[in-house]
Design a binder for this molecule. Structure first.
Ligand code: G4P
Length: 524
């Protein structure tokens, strides 16, 4: 390592980009990698499906569908900082892994398509970030296209997501008439389609252009000045502490595709995004990243990355200290000591072997079946466990059986292991004990089916019973089976807790009106 360990830790910036599919997350990631020198070409990689750095073809299913099942980790250096970007898959590959990835980051960048505003997937991911109280930075993308009015977008942030915002910059024009942004934070105007010295134009003390420029005659410039004045007077103030707590989101307008505003965004983001943060243990103690000894937790397990070896990789977010290849760690859950000789890290398009990593970094450990999602790994004499990762309320359900009843033993063994691994959630009907599986994304079922066949040699039959609104019950003793009807069913989860599955929100509300004494709650 080049620097003392504490300096290395301070230089880490570990974050995820959250967005609804097509808002421009992949494009943004490409541009960030370009500035970080991890890729040479600033142009977009056409057909991201074959993009050489972001995807990994570890699983057969990935190849078949041409998507990345896993959340990859990308790393690059910029301005003395080491940046770790954790990918959160969208589309059909959205899964619990996507949520859990957010447990391993210290900040989030929210990409919004400025023509569409806040979309459903963004809301879901935002909620998880909000729950953790991590800083959220917003990039209003696609300003090179006609979109919603900037003030309207900011209002939407506040109304739909309930987070206050501060415009770091403000667009001048839009679409074909996109002239650039009024950079409130750096006191300058950043011009679109102008390279070289005059890319940035200074502002005077009144907040107007300090140099003569034809733009001052345009209605777009005048409108931007007026809106900025309004924001100065009636908008939120920039407050570093509130940004750090995730109460105020700094908003940047730009265009990832045309590479406008990305570098300014990156520099400002790196300035305010936190270095690795402490994490809580089960006993409510905080583990300080600088406390010396190695500790971390597993937020994801990826199986069969290499079908030839049937290997599994456990992804560890390092919370404190540093990792050295060959070191021994303990998994307190099973009181087992394990020598970490084989580790892997994801840098650009290679799976590289990592020799050293520090708090804030993500490493992959080869796993022969020792680890579970949520496990703590500690070095030296440490002995504690980090607080449990949250469980997420599934939305999709299938009824599942083995095609061949003779395989029922393998079937149950496979399900048990995959459920423990956090790949899928397990439920059973009362009395008949039929197996139901729940997931937050369709892909989890496909992965389940594929792995049952390939790893446990069991072909399964899955009957889709559609999306349900799942609710757990505080006062189980008061629940009667007769309370269920056409639009709801009562099942048990893997811990034998009762769960209502409602057909939709309407059925949930109807139930609430009819049985006000039954206290229902959902997981995240
Ligand atoms: P995602 O990862 O969030 O799903 O989004 P992605 O980056 O793949 O972008 C989705 C589409 O939006 C892509 O177009 C991409 O080129 C476009 N896009 C991203 N950023 C901008 C922007 O700043 N301005 C404009 N105008 N478009 C943007 P596509 O048609 O799906 O793919 P392609 O054929 O352009 O590659």
């Amino acid at each position: 390592m080049q620097k003392p360990i504490n300096e290395e830790i301070t230089s880490r910036r570990t974050f995820a980009i959250i967005s609804h599919p097509d808002a421009g997350k992949t494009t943004m990631t490409e541009k960030l990698l370009y500035f970080g020198g991890a890729i040479r070409d600033a142009g977009t990689v056409k057909g991201k499906k074959t993009g050489k750095y972001a995807t990994s073809d570890w699983m057969e299913i990935e190849k078949q569908r041409g998507i990345s099942v896993t959340s990859s980790v990308l790393q690059f250096d910029y301005d003395g900082k080491r940046v770790n970007i954790l990918d959160t898959p969208g589309h059909e590959d959205f899964s619990e892994d996507t949520y859990r990835t957010l447990m391993a980051v210290d900040a989030a960048v929210m990409m919004v398509d400025s023509a569409k505003g806040i979309e459903p997937q963004t809301i879901k991911l935002f909620k998880v970030c909000r729950m953790r109280g991590i800083p959220i930075f917003t990039f209003m993308n696609k300003m090179d296209r006609q979109g919603k009015e900037p003030l309207e977008l900011m209002e939407e942030l506040e109304e739909v997501l309930g987070i206050q915002s501060y415009a770091m910059n403000y667009p001048i024009g839009m679409g074909k008439e996109f002239i650039g942004v009024y950079d409130r934070f750096n006191n300058r105007i950043e011009q679109a389609r102008v390279e070289g010295e005059s890319h940035f134009l200074p502002l005077n003390e009144e907040g107007e252009l300090a140099v003569e420029h034809p733009m001052t005659e345009t209605s777009y410039y005048k409108q931007a000045l007026e809106d900025v004045l309004l924001l100065n007077e009636a908008g939120n103030e920039f407050d570093v502490d509130r940004v750090a707590k995730g109460e105020l989101t700094p908003v940047f307008f730009g265009s990832a595709l045309t590479n406008f505003g990305v570098q300014t965004f990156l520099e400002t983001f790196l300035q305010f995004a936190p270095s690795p943060q402490p994490r809580k243990t089960k006993d409510e103690q905080l583990v300080d990243p600088y406390s010396g000894e190695f500790s971390g937790f597993i937020f994801k397990i990826q199986a069969n990355m290499n079908p030839a070896h049937r290997d599994r990789i456990a992804f560890v977010r390092i919370v404190s200290g540093n990792f050295e290849r060959g070191m021994s760690v303990t998994v307190p859950r099973i009181s087992k000591s394990i020598k970490l000789s084989q580790t892997t890290q994801f840098l650009a398009d290679d799976r590289e072997t990592v020799n050293e990593a520090v708090a804030g970094d993500i490493i992959g450990l080869y796993d022969t079946g020792n680890y579970q999602i949520g496990d703590t790994v500690v070095g030296g004499k440490l002995n504690f466990q980090f607080e449990a990762l949250p469980q997420f309320t599934p939305e999709l359900f299938v009824r599942v059986t083995a095609k061949n009843v003779m395989k029922s033993k393998h079937f149950h063994k496979g399900i048990l292991q995959l459920v423990q691994e956090g790949a899928i959630q397990y439920y059973k009907t009362l009395h008949t004990e039929e197996v139901l599986l729940g997931a937050v994304g369709q892909l989890q079922f496909e992965v389940f089916e594929h792995r049952m066949k390939n790893e446990y040699n069991v072909e399964v039959h899955m009957e889709h019973i559609g999306s349900k609104v799942a609710r757990w019950i505080e006062n189980e003793a008061d629940v009667k089976e007769s309370m269920t009807g056409q639009r709801s069913m009562l099942v048990k989860d893997r811990y034998d807790n009762l769960v209502f599955l409602f057909e939709n929100d309407f059925a949930l509300r109807w139930f609430g009106d009819k049985y006000p004494d039954i206290k229902l709650y959902n997981l995240l």
